[in-house]
Structures are given as structure tokens and as C-alpha cells.
Design a protein around this ligand. Structure first.
Ligand code: BV8
Length: 248
């Protein structure tokens, strides 16, 4: 692994970090696109799309229940802890934006956190106009009977952003506001992406918005991802080893 010089985060510097499934790999959670990754067993259209849910809600509930069970049995790793530590140090000069739905950032102590793609441990009514709000759900729905909404009787679904579904505008706005505030304050801005293949939009494109806002860009990944050219500094290595040094 190339030497890792700590980021200069003193003074008024702002740091925004984007994480993907690679950050949870060292906790034992399979990524999506690595060998024997999650998508190896399923086409993502079948298990992570509204069409897939409509066609076979039992398969989708099994896919997410198995991941719910796995994530609950895993623990945050040194990369998650380093991100929670730097948040304690920087306070509102820090923002964590994750594609991950496993909940490990929150369990490591991160609170200035935007879960762009939702959360494994949250369910909601599948009927868009139902008034039932998303709620904490740790149950495993592996059997024949599928969970239904207490208010309207429709099927419940995981509170996850599936392919073909839009991200929550307020989540993207929180990221935009953080960039705008850094610019307004003429503060140095650093954008770090860790453990992501840069394959999924619009998350993979956030680095371009950060560059337009004047950010220095740093990548931490096991291999060169699709959007590697968007980064000025690249650290190839395990996020559990690199992030503590980079953010220390
Ligand atoms: C949307 C929830 C508008 C599910 C997920 C252009 C613009 C807008 C949309 C699109 C576009 N082009 C295509 C689209 C459509 C689509 C898309 O991006 N498709 C891809 C496949 C081409 N995007 C969407 O549908 C998005 N919606 O844009 O709405 C819209 C509306 C209608 C019609 C069109 C557009 C919604 C995308 C969200 C999908 N949901 N997750 C679930 O989790 O079950 S995405 C899913 O992939 C996960 O969230 C995952 O995090 C994410 C990205 O994967 P990564 O996290 O990067 O994981 P991956 O395995 O790929 O890579 C891991 C990396 O880590 C590897 O590089 C590996 O080398 C590295 N690594 C491994 N170990 C380590 C490590 N690195 C460091 N240390 C280690 N130890």
C-alpha cells in the first residue's frame, strides 16, 4: 500500500466522505460486484427493483431478510470507527454520505450521516399514498406469510432505494448544502470516496459536484474503480487500514 499522509483538516477545513460496500467488506458483509458478491447470486433487477418486488415479493423479502440477519451479526471495522472519530473531531465541518444500507456507520457512532440508499433495518408500506411512516423493523420475513401494513393492509417493503427509484431529494440537498456552505465560508474542502466501484448513479457522480465546488478529491479503494479519473489522490488498499491513517 502506498504511504498514506494524513489529510490536513485543521482550521476551517471541511470534509465530506462517500462510502460504498467495500467499507463494510472487512466486517464480513459481501460487496455487490466482487467475486461471490451479492449480485452473483441474483440479478439486481430481480431483487432490488420495484418490478422485481411486484413480480416476486417473497424472493425480495428473503434477499433482504438474509442481509438483515447477516448485517446484525457483523460489527463495524476500523474504517467505520475512523469515520466516527473524525466526526467527533470536526463536528459540523464533517458529513458522511453512504450508499450502504447495513447500518454499520451508525453502530460505529456516526451521526452526521446520510444513508442515500436507505437502511436494511427500516420497512415501510409499499402503497405510496399510505400514511404509515417508515419504521424500524428487525424482523426476518423468510416464511410464506409476507408482512402487511397495519393501517391499510398492503404489503410492507424494505425502506431501500431500488434501481429505477429516485433518491430522496432531501438527502441530495444535504450534500449540496454542505458543499455550498464550504464555498460560502471560503473554507478548504476535501471529498473522500471509500470502498465503492463508482458504478451506480447518481452516487458515483457526486465527486464531480464536489470538484465543481473546489474540493480536493481522494479515493480509497481496493482496486481502480470506474470513476478513478475523477480523483486527484488514489490510495489502493483496504479501507480498514487506509482510513485510520488518512483521517488520523
Ligand atoms: C436514480 C440499494 C433516477 C439496494 C442500491 C444515470 C443517472 C441516474 C440514474 C442512472 C444513470 N445511469 C443508470 C442509472 C440507473 C441506476 C444505475 O446507476 N444503474 C447502474 C447499475 C448502471 N441508478 C438508479 O436507478 C438510481 N436511481 O438514479 O433515480 C431515475 C429514476 C427512474 C429511472 C432512471 C433514473 C438508484 C440507485 C440505487 C440502487 N440501490 N442499493 C441494496 O443495497 O440492496 S445500489 C447498490 O450498489 C448498493 O447501494 C451499493 O452500495 C451500490 C454501489 O455499489 P458499491 O457500494 O460501489 O459496491 P460494489 O460492490 O459495486 O463495489 C465495492 C468496491 O469496494 C469495489 O470497487 C471493491 O474493489 C472495493 N473494496 C472491496 N473491499 C474493499 C474495497 N475497498 C476498500 N477496502 C476494502 N476492504
Amino acid at each position: 500500500m502506498t504511504p498514506v499522509a494524513p489529510l490536513d483538516l485543521d482550521g476551517d477545513a471541511r470534509l465530506v466522505v462517500m462510502t460504498g460496500a467495500g467499507v463494510s467488506a472487512e466486517s464480513g458483509i459481501p460487496t455487490f460486484r466482487d467475486a461471490n458478491g451479492l449480485w452473483e447470486q441474483h440479478r439486481f433487477e430481480d431483487v432490488a427493483s420495484p418490478e422485481g418486488f411486484a413480480a416476486d415479493p417473497r424472493l425480495v423479502w428473503r434477499f433482504y431478510s438474509v442481509r438483515r440477519e447477516k448485517a446484525a451479526a457483523c460489527a463495524p471495522n476500523a474504517g467505520h470507527v475512523a469515520l466516527a472519530d473524525v466526526e467527533r473531531r470536526l463536528g459540523d465541518r464533517f458529513l458522511l454520505v453512504t450508499q450502504n444500507v447495513d447500518g454499520l456507520h451508525r453502530r460505529a457512532g456516526s451521526r452526521r450521516l446520510v444513508e442515500l440508499h436507505g437502511n436494511l433495518f427500516t420497512s415501510r408500506c409499499s402503497r405510496p399514498r399510505c400514511t404509515t411512516a417508515p419504521f424500524r423493523d428487525e424482523a426476518l420475513h423468510l416464511g410464506e406469510a409476507l408482512p402487511t401494513c397495519a393501517a391499510c393492509g398492503a404489503l410492507l417493503r424494505p425502506h431501500i432505494v431500488w434501481f429505477g427509484e429516485s433518491l430522496a431529494p432531501e438527502d441530495l440537498q444535504r450534500f449540496e448544502d454542505f458543499l455550498l456552505t464550504a464555498r460560502r465560508d471560503a473554507a478548504p474542502l476535501v471529498y473522500v470516496a471509500a470502498g465503492t466501484s463508482g458504478a451506480v448513479q447518481p452516487a458515483a457522480g457526486l465527486v464531480h459536484a464536489a470538484r465543481c465546488a473546489g474540493a480536493r478529491t481522494v479515493l480509497v479503494n481496493l482496486e481502480r474503480p470506474d470513476n478513478v479519473d475523477a480523483f486527484e489522490r488514489v490510495h489502493l488498499g483496504r479501507s480498514g487500514e487506509v482510513l485510520p491513517r488518512l483521517l488520523g
